[in-house]
Design a protein around this ligand. Structure first.
Ligand SMILES: [Zn+2]
Length: 183
């Protein structure tokens, strides 16, 4: 019937190669033979199936000194392994968080740079608009000539009047168009 085999294997508890034993449990065919005879062979398929799934080496190799199954760890070792795995997970989480932070910072820098560019563009436009009166003034002085203040002032007044008139004209035209569209 059942017998044992022996071999030298590394034991996790003893920390060195020790003599390991394994209980070999061959299938007991006698009861199956009796039942098959009693049932006129109707038990044969069940017997064959059971014989096919039976594993005589289902028991693990065990250390003959401490009884620890080969390839398994002591509770202390399991605990240490779990701690190691947890530490690795924490390290991985920190690494992931750092990478996310770097990416967020890069995105923030990009957005900031884009906003600065937009701001510069708007500033340059407003600078240009602010410089228009100066340019017009310069042109008027050139047209009027260096010494001719009266013509220069006259040109300035006429430009203001023309500007106001054109604004009023546009407003008047707009009201005309809107009133036409509404009626
Ligand atoms: Zn052992």
């Amino acid at each position: 019937m059942a017998h044992t085999e022996q071999t030298q294997l590394g034991c996790n508890r003893c920390g060195e190669p020790t003599l390991h034993t394994c209980v070999i449990r061959p299938m007991n065919h006698t009861p199956h033979l009796i039942v098959s005879l009693l049932l006129c062979g109707f038990w044969l398929p069940v017997w064959i199936l059971l014989a096919m799934v039976h594993n005589p080496r289902s028991d693990p190799w065990r250390c003959s000194r401490c009884g620890q199954a080969a390839g398994t760890h002591t509770p202390e070792q399991e605990w240490e392994l779990a701690v190691c795995r947890a530490e690795e997970n924490v390290q991985q989480s920190i690494h992931d968080a750092e990478r996310l932070a770097i990416r967020a910072e890069q995105r923030f820098t990009r957005v900031k740079r884009r906003a600065a560019r937009r701001h510069r563009r708007r500033n340059s436009l407003s600078l240009f608009v602010k410089s228009v009166p100066g340019r017009v003034d310069f042109a008027l002085r050139k047209i009027a000539g260096e010494e001719n203040d009266i013509i220069y002032h006259f040109l300035r007044v006429s430009i203001v009047v023309a500007g106001a008139a054109s604004i009023f004209g546009v407003a008047y035209l707009l009201t005309l168009v809107i009133s036409k569209a509404l009626t």
